[in-house]
Design a protein around this ligand. Structure first.
Ligand code: C2E
Ligand code: CA
Ligand code: CA
Ligand code: CA
Length: 279
């Protein structure tokens, strides 16, 4: 038993060493990407369900060097948050997105198109963030109404005055805020009234179980839609992968939706193409 214990111990330390090694590799790859233009953006059109046309798009970061190692944003973003690199990443994404909005605004049909950007929770405690956003909005002469910032519900969970202050300042710039992955965190529903957010994004795990008969509880999607009505918030459903899911959401008055069934993430040129054909 002792020998087994010892082996297990060795197995464990090797595991940890490997994990640390991978983490270091990811950190270095992120540093390379930051210094040598190694990121790019893809866009996931968000459809207005009353007209069944995209009126905006979510911006998603891609890092080819990490993709080659089999590492997705879901894996590298938390590491960038831990190393602090996320601040540079968020600013890079924001600047690139505003640049693209400026380009789009040259076409009259796209003047009202908006981009939704994912912002890390660390920015809520970053005293420079609001000023940086404000400066970039001026630099690219962006109409702030064309910018939506997505914050995860969990980033607001500890409900501190700092976060609330940053959120309020951001909305004072004229942009809109949405709560990402809604329903997976622990927002006291009554707190929704005190956040300056204008939309809730239904996490794709709740969209995935639409029509699932084995789900005995009231569908989370329905609960979120009722809550949103109560607090007069928009609802954006994520991860729509079937006609059935789309019909269900549309029938219940969900405002907006995105997902592979509607459109896959596409590059900037494909986005402009898609918009010109639907405009
Ligand atoms: P998220 O904000 O919840 O983004 C949605 C993720 O779900 C994206 O994965 C998207 O490709 C995927 N997705 C969208 N529709 C569907 C669908 O119909 N089915 C399925 N199975 N998946 C779908 P992605 O691009 O790998 O991003 C993962 C997470 O990484 C994002 O989750 C977000 O938290 C973070 N992230 C991505 N880009 C950025 C960024 O620019 N900045 C920051 N701070 N975080 C980012
Ligand atoms: Ca560097
Ligand atoms: Ca998001
Ligand atoms: Ca999400």
């Amino acid at each position: 038993a002792k020998a087994l214990g010892k082996n297990r111990y060795q197995f464990c330390t090797e595991d940890i060493a490997r994990a640390l090694d991978l983490r270091n590799q990811i950190e270095q790859a992120l540093e390379q990407a930051l210094d040598h233009n190694g990121f790019h953006l893809v866009f996931m059109p968000i459809y207005d369900l009353t007209i069944m046309q995209p009126t905006g798009a979510e911006v998603l970061i891609r890092c080819p060097a990490l993709a080659e190692m089999g590492i997705s944003p879901e894996q590298f973003i938390p590491i960038a948050e831990a190393t602090g690199q996320i601040k540079r990443i968020d600013l890079w994404v924001l600047e690139r997105a505003l640049q693209i909005l400026q380009e789009m605004n040259a076409v009259p049909a796209f003047e009202h198109f908006y981009l939704a950007i994912n912002i890390s929770a660390v920015e809520l405690h970053n005293k420079q963030f609001t000023r940086q956003v404000s400066e970039l909005l001026s630099k690219y002469q962006t109409n702030p109404a064309q910018l939506e910032l997505e914050l995860t519900e969990t980033s607001l969970a500890n409900d501190d005055p700092d976060s609330l202050h940053t959120l309020t300042q951001l909305t004072e710039l004229g942009l809109t805020l949405s709560l990402d992955d809604f329903g997976t965190g622990y927002t006291a529903f009554t707190q929704l009234a005190s956040y300056p957010v204008s939309a809730l994004k239904i996490d794709r795990s709740f969209t995935a179980v639409i029509g699932d008969r084995s789900a005995t509880k009231q569908p989370m999607v329905d609960i979120i839609l009722s809550l949103a009505k109560l607090y007069q918030l928009d609802v954006v459903a994520e991860g729509v992968e079937s006609q059935q899911q789309l019909d269900y959401l549309q029938q219940r008055g969900c405002h907006r939706a995105q997902g592979y069934f509607l459109c896959q993430p596409i590059d900037k040129d494909a986005l402009l193409q898609t918009l010109s054909t639907t405009a």
